[in-house]
Design a protein around this ligand. Structure first.
Ligand code: HGY
Ligand code: MN
Ligand code: MN
Ligand code: MN
Length: 418
């Protein structure tokens, strides 16, 4: 006996209420930055999570925070066996946008409201999840909450140290999390019967093609590496050019190599997103440079080749310049195919609701990439204006978000009935 069969159309979200939620959470940001900044474990982030928790409570959910630091709101089902889930993240990159991740969390909360308001009692418990720390933290590690519940963390995960010598584990302990508990917080197999994440596309495809929804087929794999070049400090006025061991010039050459690697495959990209230089004085030949680098592709094979190519080219470069290079691989995320069964549910409900859709890959990483390792998982995209994201210009029309939330609710109803 499945849930009372509400009509898909009745699950349309209350746009004004959804818009209010999106507006309210965008008030939480680090002052003095362009755009929105809610870095994991920062005060604005901790304050925004209290808001999300309260919003879940007011939406009639039973709320708790698990050992992984995920905020989970539960709408009880009829059977309490396994659960179906939806959610995303509410942390941001520095000077980022106000839709990345947020749309998936507030959209899932609105969906829970609509199930209750239409008297829809699902068979499965429905989990609404705000995952901890999806964006790469200062240690280069992303998707903390979804990795923990899928058993994708190891003790080394917490040993990573900052330049100041503070480990990720110590940082989490400072804020009341227990790395030991996190290492033991994987959810039992079968706890989830399915997961769907609503997210902004963060690219131009839907807008350019005039399509309302994206049905995500694969989520790009990501290799992140911290490359440290160790040269020699010298007087900038007396050290002859031929004698220098300049760590910053080496970094400049390495950055162009990364660009060439990124251009070497279809749908592949490669980026050096941040650089540190020491000692950072105008009249001292740089002795050290750190390059925070990532490689992405939907192809595991390309990622393997690119990783080996980066290693060999950086090593040759360091040898040629008589300096040292150290590579710390930070986190890897394999490319993930979403479940065909869930893709079909999203496509079918979009058709039944009369929304246009297209199957497409995701160049961005998501919590769904980890959840997909333990349960049938799908993703729904809504358009990003100008394809822009991870910047203050990130924007998606409320009406477009509403279409995504509507498709999400209908998809979850069908997922529940499977
Ligand atoms: O980096 C990403 O792909 C995601 O937006 N965190
Ligand atoms: Mn992001
Ligand atoms: Mn995101
Ligand atoms: Mn069922």
């Amino acid at each position: 006996m499945h849930a009372k069969r509400v009509k898909h159309d009745d699950l349309k979200p209350d746009l004004e209420r959804l818009g209010h939620d999106l507006e309210a959470i965008s008030a939480f940001t680090e002052p003095g930055h362009d755009g929105w900044t809610r870095r994991v474990l920062s005060d604005p982030y901790l304050a925004s999570r209290a808001f999300v928790r309260q919003t879940m409570v007011e939406a009639g959910l039973e709320v708790h925070t698990d050992a992984a630091g995920n905020t989970i709101g539960i709408l009880e089902g009829r059977t309490h066996g396994s659960a179906i889930a939806s959610g995303s993240h509410t942390d941001t990159v520095a000077s980022g946008g106000r839709y990345d991740g947020v749309v998936g969390v507030m959209g899932a909360i609105e969906t829970a409201r609509r199930f209750q308001e239409t008297g829809t009692r699902l068979d499965h418990d429905f989990y609404v999840i705000d995952f901890l720390g999806e964006e790469p933290n200062d240690y280069g590690v992303s998707c903390v909450g979804s990795r923990v519940i899928t058993g994708a963390v190891t003790p080394e995960f917490f040993d990573k140290s900052s330049a100041e010598g503070v480990s990720l584990g110590q940082e989490f302990e400072r804020l009341g999390f227990s790395p030991a508990a996190m290492l033991d917080a994987a959810w039992p197999t079968g706890r989830l019967a399915g997961f769907v994440e609503l997210h902004i596309e963060q690219g131009p495809v839907l807008e350019r093609s005039g399509t309302q929804l994206g049905v995500v087929t694969t989520i790009a794999g990501i290799e992140r590496v911290l490359a440290t070049f160790l040269g020699r400090p010298d007087h900038a006025g007396t050290a002859a050019m031929a004698d220098r061991k300049d760590a910053l010039v080496a970094a400049a050459e390495a950055i162009l190599m990364v660009e060439q690697i990124g251009c070497s495959g279809e749908h592949s990209v490669a980026t050096v997103g941040s650089i540190d230089v020491e000692p950072g004085a105008l009249n001292v030949v740089p002795s050290l440079s750190r390059l925070w680098t990532e490689l992405r592709s939907p192809s595991a094979e390309w990622l393997g080749t690119a990783r080996r190519r980066l290693l060999s080219e950086f090593t040759d470069l360091a040898d040629r310049r008589g300096i040292q290079v150290d590579l710390e691989w930070l986190n890897d995320q394999d490319p993930v195919h979403t479940a065909q069964t869930v893709q079909d549910l999203i496509a079918g409900t979009s058709d039944s609701l009369g929304y246009s859709w297209r199957a497409m890959p995701s160049g961005a990483g998501h919590d769904a990439a980890h959840i997909a390792t333990v349960t049938p998982t799908g993703m729904i995209f809504v358009p990003s204006r100008g394809g822009r994201s991870h910047c203050p210009e990130e924007f998606t029309e409320l009406a477009d978000i509403g279409i995504g939330v509507h498709a999400l609710a209908a998809t979850l109803l069908e997922l529940d009935a499977r």
